[in-house]
Design a binder for this molecule. Structure first.
Ligand code: NAD
Length: 486
């Protein structure tokens, strides 16, 4: 079988070699997954919960091992990788504990026309879910689909990014070890985009894709051919809005972390800041002061994807050529494999640094007249994933949050929503569609089943030719009058 080599983005040294799985391997994995899903179904809610929590505990015990694998493949510092694993554990725990409550069969009101029926709503698993993941958070991001899909009763075939296959292999093998009576429920296949395409073309019941909008379009085209449902978690161009009476120290601290953590390679990372005129200068000074103290290679790692270096450099050059200023760094900050912190100000809104995902430790801080203009500019983006708001009062922050298009908003912090498992996560527009996390994240991997149970014979059975026509007419007229009145 053909293989591919993975190299450390920091040192270039080889850190792994993995098979390139193709359509046959994936077809085999899907069949095996379907068999494991049947065993999984028989375990019931509590059997699945106990096993998922067992897997969680085992991952927690092996956190360092997993974090080292992530660090070797992405280049990010081990302490960052540990924090990433913790976030994934928080979500796995929530999914395991809440699956029954969210998805079990429940009675719903049957309504006056169907008062003779008992109405029951339940959710059954889809079957086998294909998960295609990115490299920037190779545990946390795909686990937002994997953990919730398993908790909802499905099997998963996971195709990690070709930059982080060992992390994917670790997840599947740790599941098999922790849950031996359901081995094969989570399988990892490795390879480049063609392996992802083969997974989308396979006999899976849903594809959960996380990656760039361009690739999402290709996956959507493949899924369209077989009407396979798709969940697409794509990029972002998240903005932070800073009002005149905001705590500027707190805002600057959050902006710098949100923009620079993980070398800016965060789908919901901070890429734009809109600060009202009266505080713009002071905020910029605070951001520059903080960002200057960071050290690429220590505070955060290298650019994991080497080709991104060119994108980051182009965004800066085009911004500067269009009249932006750089109070910290500039194109010379790109010293592969690292990019040193860059702060841009007064960047024209039509510049790629404001419209495209930069995915580097670069933040653009623009001035706006007031919060209305900040909201307008934030919403003008083709992306709508996350956003953050800093204002003097929480109420003002909530008012601004209410007017934003993004799927998630943090008031008084950045990325606050990512660590709250009950909150669904996802975007619209170029940021994709569908939701992971929370109750919606469980329902994303289940199919509703509606059942009625006839309790007694109604006065006029509208689904029988034996019902006298006058009775039907009387019942319909009664219904019409009620609807005309209320
Ligand atoms: P990418 O689109 O290049 O690749 C994502 C995955 O798709 C990889 O596993 C890749 O092998 C696979 N793939 C490539 N071509 C394919 C094809 N034709 N068919 C099927 N699969 C294919 O993205 P990336 O560079 O790995 O990740 C970075 C992107 O992911 C950024 O845009 C980032 O914002 C986004 N992201 C989004 C979220 C979120 O939850 N919204 C989280 C993390 C990252």
């Amino acid at each position: 079988m053909a293989t591919f080599i993975v190299r450390s983005p920091a040192t270039g040294e080889q850190v792994g070699e993995h098979p390139v799985h193709g359509a046959d391997d994936i077809a085999h994995a899907v069949v095996r997954g379907r068999e494991a899903a049947a065993v999984w179904a028989n375990l019931g809610w509590s059997g699945r919960r106990v096993r998922l929590l067992g897997w969680k505990r085992s991952l927690a015990g092996r956190m360092d091992e997993l974090a080292r694998t992530v660090a070797a493949e992405t280049g990010k510092p081990v302490h960052d990788a540990r924090a990433e694993v913790l976030l994934a554990l928080v979500h796995l725990d929530w999914a395991a504990r809440h699956a029954r409550g969210v998805l079990r069969v429940r009675r719903v009101p049957s309504g006056m026309l169907s008062v003779h029926q008992r109405a029951l709503l339940g959710y059954r698993p889809l079957g086998v879910v294909g998960v295609i993941g990115p490299w920037n958070y190779p545990v946390y991001t795909p686990m937002g689909s994997i953990g919730y899909a398993l908790a909802a009763g499905n099997a998963v075939v996971f195709k990690p990014s070709e930059l982080t296959p060992a992390t994917g292999v670790f997840l599947a093998s740790s599941f098999d070890e922790a849950v031996p009576d359901c081995a094969g429920l989570l399988q990892t296949v490795t390879g480049p985009g063609s392996t992802g395409q083969a997974l989308a073309e396979a006999d899976v019941d849903k594809v959960a894709f996380t990656g760039s909008p361009g690739t999402a379009r290709k996956v959507a085209e493949v899924c369209a051919r077989s009407l396979t449902p798709l969940l697409a978690e794509c990029g972002g161009k998240d903005a932070v809005i800073v009002g005149a009476d905001a705590d500027l120290e707190a805002a600057a601290d959050a902006v710098v972390w949100g923009a620079m953590a993980n070398a800016g390679q965060t789908c919901a990372g901070v890429e734009r800041v809109y600060a009202v005129e009266s505080v713009h200068e002071r905020l910029c000074a605070l951001i520059v002061e903080r960002a200057r103290s960071l050290s690429a290679g220590e505070t955060y790692g290298p650019m994991t994807l080497a080709s991104q270096l060119g994108v980051v450099e182009r965004h800066m050059k085009e911004a500067l050529a269009a009249g932006a200023r750089a109070p910290l760094g500039g194109p010379e900050s790109v010293r592969g494999p690292y990019v040193h912190p860059v702060v841009l100000v007064d960047v024209p809104e039509d510049s790629p640094a404001m419209t495209e995902e930069t995915f580097g430790p670069v933040v653009a801080v623009n001035r706006v007249r007031d919060l209305d203009e900040a909201v307008r500019r934030t919403n003008a983006s083709a992306y709508a994933l996350g956003a953050a708001v800093f204002t003097g009062s929480r109420r003002a922050g909530l008012d601004v949050a209410d007017r934003l298009n993004s799927g998630s908003v943090s008031v008084g912090s950045v990325l606050g929503f990512a660590a709250v498992p009950a909150l669904p996560f996802g975007g619209t527009g170029e940021s994709g569609y569908g939701r992971i996390h929370g109750a919606e994240g469980l329902r994303a991997f289940a199919v509703p089943r509606s059942v009625t149970v006839k309790r007694f014979a109604p006065y006029a059975d509208l689904t029988s030719f034996a019902t006298a026509r006058e009775k039907t007419a009387r019942a319909v007229e009664l219904g019409r009058r009620l609807h005309a009145r209320f």
